[in-house]
Design a protein around this ligand. Structure first.
Ligand code: ZN
Length: 204
């Protein structure tokens, strides 16, 4: 079943996405397996709600995040310092448990002749976050995308997030967050540049 070759998807009379029976059945099976009765009143509409919610969580599969970087501005008035978007909140889901990953990202680049609208960096993040992910790959994909499409002098991406698969199950350690980073170009090669970008992000 390919869900994303959809120019137009079937909508019901209320304009909601129609959820195929086999998808609803799968969620009913999971409810039963979890120990509840999917036919009781409170759960009757849950399978279609869950299914639609998952399409929203995974919206990123339907887009190519690099599109957000296709429109660039070359008149930058000689600006050749770091551009940083700090503490961008995001939600993703871990590919091992399909549990929420909640955190924020700091995304910086040192432009080489062209810049993008600043909100585009957040859109690149959301495009990759709205998929099943691991934090390490999410970090790398954002950095690689900016590196390839903006051809800057340097890219730095730092993500801090907590993982529900760790806080709500397994070792159950609320409050723990994980930090990942990817440095490219001058931020990888030059210690002073790396220190500068990390201190702008609020790290020492
Ligand atoms: Zn997990």
């Amino acid at each position: 079943m390919s869900l994303f070759d959809d120019d137009e998807e079937a909508l019901d009379s209320n304009g909601k996405l129609i959820v195929p029976d086999e998808v609803q059945d799968a969620i009913r099976t999971l409810i039963t397996w979890s120990g509840d009765d999917p036919t009781r009143e409170g759960l009757v509409d849950t399978p279609s709600r869950v299914a639609r919610a998952w399409r929203e969580y995974c919206q990123g599969y339907g887009e190519d995040p690099s599109h957000h970087l296709s429109r660039t501005f070359e008149e930058v008035g000689g600006y050749d310092e770091i551009v940083l978007l700090k503490k961008i909140p995001f939600q993703s889901h871990c590919e091992h448990h399909m549990a929420p990953i909640i955190g924020h990202a700091h995304i910086a680049y040192l432009p080489h002749q062209r810049v993008v609208g600043i909100s585009k960096l957040a859109r690149v993040l959301q495009g990759y976050a709205r998929r099943l992910q691991i934090q390490e790959r999410l970090t790398a994909e954002i950095a690689d995308c900016i590196w390839t499409h903006l051809e800057p002098v340097g890219v730095a991406v730092v993500i801090e997030a907590s993982h529900a698969c760790m806080t709500a199950r397994g070792v159950r350690t609320p409050g723990v967050s994980m930090t990942t980073s990817r440095m490219m170009g001058v931020f990888r090669e030059d210690e002073r540049s790396r220190k500068e970008v990390l201190s702008l992000m609020g790290f020492e």
